[in-house]
Design a binder for this molecule. Structure first.
Ligand SMILES: *Cc1c(COP(=O)(O)O)cnc(C)c1O
Length: 373
């Protein structure tokens, strides 16, 4: 074997005839914005997650921004979120003029709920937990805090379609939740797209306005909105994929269990986040940890063997140049910083073959057998 690739998209879409047929049918109608394909996608997506509504939007970032906007959050407000996340979470908060306020991570990589209450100020208007890597936030205690302080929750479920905690699905806890359909997410289309879910009729109605210029109909504007419709072509791809989502999840979980088994026998050279019995992890990312002294060397070694290991993410957001104005400094979120120095991600997708997984395991073992080259 000479390569274990990170992106599996060519394999995933190597038989696109059914999708092309859907696009051919669309061409006969010329209805390129919204339309029945988008409605069908929204219906199936809501059924998949188990919410009353799903509203297709232009990206995962917009799927976080629009619900904040719909809840009336804007300039001068603060939204509490995870220090350990992808830039888009904080970006969505910033885009509506609000300020992201970070809290540190747990050893599961998700927001440390115990630290949320001390981050609340009179300006706090919402909480945005991030179900990172496919691992859910501890929603029970977070819901209690949100209720006590009368703060709405908008879940960032962009990495965590079908993940569950205590038998309840990510995306069904808060006032609304955003999902990404980006090509590298577990349910992925051919470009940018996102979807918001909610059980509230009122929030759903506002979201339908906000994504389409605030237009009630062709002639009447209810509010200033955005141009952020789910693209009809992407909805066709999404409709093709939705029935496969549960199998995709099952395969990723199988691959992760296979890695877990091998790595747990490595005398502590490899550390794994505890696997909790009340959690249904969907492994958007398969992460493990090694001693800081080994991380970059192991990463380089794996790359030299053609294994496209990655680091999600090497520089925490609060230490990024573009976020300097928020005033954070090194040491503010020690667990997030520790993880940034020790984590590594291996391919875990549904197209990863057993041979490829074995090849990855073999080289991780070999690195340590040789004393960490
Ligand atoms: C991918 C992602 C987003 C944003 O999704 P886009 O579709 O790329 O805009 C937001 N939050 C997290 C945690 C993500 O991984």
């Amino acid at each position: 074997m000479d390569k274990v690739r990170y992106s599996y998209l060519q394999q995933q879409f190597d038989k696109p005839e059914q999708i092309f047929e859907g696009i051919r049918q669309l061409l006969q109608t010329g209805a390129f914005t919204l339309g029945p394909q988008v409605e069908q996608f929204e219906k199936s997506f809501a059924a998949l997650i188990g919410t009353k509504h799903a509203i297709g939007v232009g990206s995962g970032t917009d799927a976080l921004k629009l619900p904040l906007k719909a809840l009336g959050i804007g300039h001068g407000d603060e939204v509490i979120t995870a220090a350990n996340t992808f830039i888009a979470t904080a970006g969505a908060i910033n885009e509506i003029g609000a300020r992201p306020v970070f809290v540190d991570a747990t050893k599961y990589y998700t927001m440390n709920v115990d630290q949320v209450e001390k981050a609340i100020t009179p300006k706090t208007k919402a909480i945005m937990p991030v179900h990172l890597t496919g691992e859910p936030v501890d929603m029970g205690p977070l819901m209690a805090i949100a209720k006590k302080h009368n703060l709405p929750i908008v879940e960032d479920a962009c990495q965590s379609i079908l993940c569950e905690i205590d038998g309840q699905r990510a995306g069904t806890f808060g006032a609304a939740a955003g999902f990404s359909l980006h090509p590298l997410k577990n349910l992925n289309v051919w470009g940018d797209a996102g979807v918001v879910v909610t059980n509230s009729d009122e929030v759903a109605n506002k979201l339908r306005l906000l994504r389409n210029h605030g237009m009630k109909n062709r002639d009447e504007i209810a509010v200033f909105g955005y141009n952020s419709r789910l693209d009809t072509l992407q909805a066709i791809v999404g409709n093709w994929l939705i029935p496969q989502t549960k199998d995709i999840t099952a395969q990723r979980r199988k691959n992760a269990a296979y890695y877990d088994e091998a790595f747990s026998k490595m005398n502590g050279m490899i550390r794994l986040a505890p696997r909790r019995s009340n959690v249904h992890q969907v492994y958007h990312l398969y992460m493990f940890e090694v001693e800081e002294a080994h991380r970059n060397k192991l990463h380089s070694y794996l790359l030299s063997k053609g294994i496209e290991a990655k680091v999600h993410y090497p520089i925490p957001l609060f230490l990024q140049e573009g976020l300097k104005f928020l005033g954070y400094k090194p040491g503010d979120f020690p667990e997030t910083e520790r993880q940034a120095r020790e984590i590594l991600t291996l391919p875990v997708d549904q197209h990863l073959s057993r041979e490829e997984a074995d090849y990855c395991i073999h080289h991780v073992q070999k690195y340590f057998q040789n004393g960490g080259m």
